[in-house]
Every structure is written in structure tokens, then in C-alpha cells.
Design a protein around this ligand. Structure first.
Ligand code: IMP
Length: 182
């Protein structure tokens, strides 16, 4: 375990098992359909690649990616979100499944789901590996949830603190001393 991690919340094996279940559920719901998986950069990338491979070949899957940033600082959310990298292709008339690492205050997803709907997508759903409902400020419907987590700052499996720890194969709670020192 990394020295900055206090405790492992979900091991590599638990994540693999849960992602396989999510893949099976999505395969059932989208059987015979086409869907664009929209990965939210960069945090969702590890989850995205595992989830995509857990979806059966009876679903016609394509990939696209988007990157967003919130204005303001972490304590005061303005609710304004900026798109840093947009999708490569239009989603008009398509089923879209947004793949996100974690839904926290909901600011990013609330904006992003509305934005994708306004582009005329046939449907827009959301799959999030982690959900932190205690922190929600803006309502977001999460269609598929990996795990509901308490209000801890977690890292690994794509999730970062100051761009670190994304490569850890598990989800762990970051030691408070790491951000208190910063
Ligand atoms: P929201 O707009 O507040 O829901 O923020 C969502 C984004 O905040 C996620 O995509 C993550 O990048 C980041 N985030 C929120 N909670 C955590 C955490 O516990 N660890 C790492 N990143 C987090």
C-alpha cells in the first residue's frame, strides 16, 4: 500500500467484481442498441477502460472523451463549468452513457448532462464508479453506481490528489497529513 494512503476502501478484486456487474447490467439495458461511452477526463479513464471491456458485443459501443473544469475554488462552487476539451463527434440522435469517476457536489455532472441533452442526444445516462451523496449541492440522477462512499477524500484507480496516485490499482483514503502539509 502507498505510504500516503490510510486505508484501502476497495481492492483491485472488489473493483473488478463490481465493474463486471455494472458491465452486465449495461449490456442488458442496451442490448441490440448503439451507445457512445463519453469518458470524463482524466479521472474516469481507468474505470472507463475496464467498464468498456465488461460490455458485451451485443451492444455497439463507440468512445468519446470530454474534459471540464469548474471555475472558483473548492469551498465556493459557482456552478459554472468550462469545457476544456469537447467531444470529437456530434451526439445528436445517439444514446450517450457518460462515464465518471465520482459524483461529489454534482456541479460538473449537472452541467454536463444538461449540455449533452441540449445537443439532441436520444438519451443521456450516467455511470459513476463512486457516489458521495453527503456532499451533493446540485441534484444529479446517477443511473448506475459502483459504490456509495462516505465523505472521505479518496485516491487511486484514476482519482488523484494534485495529479498524484491515479495509477494505484485500488481506491484508498488519502492521509489527512498529505493535504494538511500542502
Ligand atoms: P463535482 O463537480 O463536485 O461533483 O466534482 C467531481 C470531480 O471532483 C470528480 O470528477 C473528481 O475529479 C473530483 N473529486 C471529488 N471527490 C474526490 C475525491 O474524493 N478524490 C478525488 N477526486 C475527487
Amino acid at each position: 500500500m502507498h505510504q500516503d494512503v490510510k486505508e484501502i476502501l476497495y481492492s483491485k478484486e472488489e473493483l473488478g467484481q463490481r465493474i463486471a456487474e455494472l458491465g452486465a447490467e449495461i449490456s442488458k439495458d442496451y442490448a441490440g442498441e448503439s451507445v457512445v461511452l463519453v469518458g470524463v477526463l482524466k479521472g474516469a479513464i481507468v474505470f472507463f477502460t475496464d467498464l468498456a471491456r465488461a460490455i458485451d458485443d451485443n451492444v455497439d459501443v463507440s468512445f468519446d472523451f470530454i474534459s471540464c473544469s469548474s471555475y472558483g475554488n473548492s469551498t465556493v462552487s459557482t456552478g459554472v463549468v468550462r469545457i476544456l476539451k469537447d467531444l470529437d463527434r456530434p451526439v445528436e440522435g445517439k444514446h450517450v452513457l457518460v462515464v465518471e469517476d465520482i459524483v461529489d457536489t454534482g456541479t460538473t455532472l449537472h452541467y454536463l448532462l444538461g449540455n449533452l441533452k441540449s445537443r439532441g442526444a436520444k438519451s443521456v445516462r450516467l455511470v459513476a464508479l463512486l457516489n458521495k451523496p453527503e456532499r451533493r449541492k446540485v441534484p444529479v440522477d446517477v443511473d448506475y453506481i459502483g459504490f456509495t462512499v462516505p465523505d472521505y477524500f479518496v485516491v487511486g484507480f484514476g482519482l488523484d490528489y494534485a495529479e498524484q496516485y491515479r495509477q494505484l490499482p485500488y481506491i484508498g483514503i488519502l492521509k489527512e497529513s498529505v493535504y494538511e502539509e500542502a
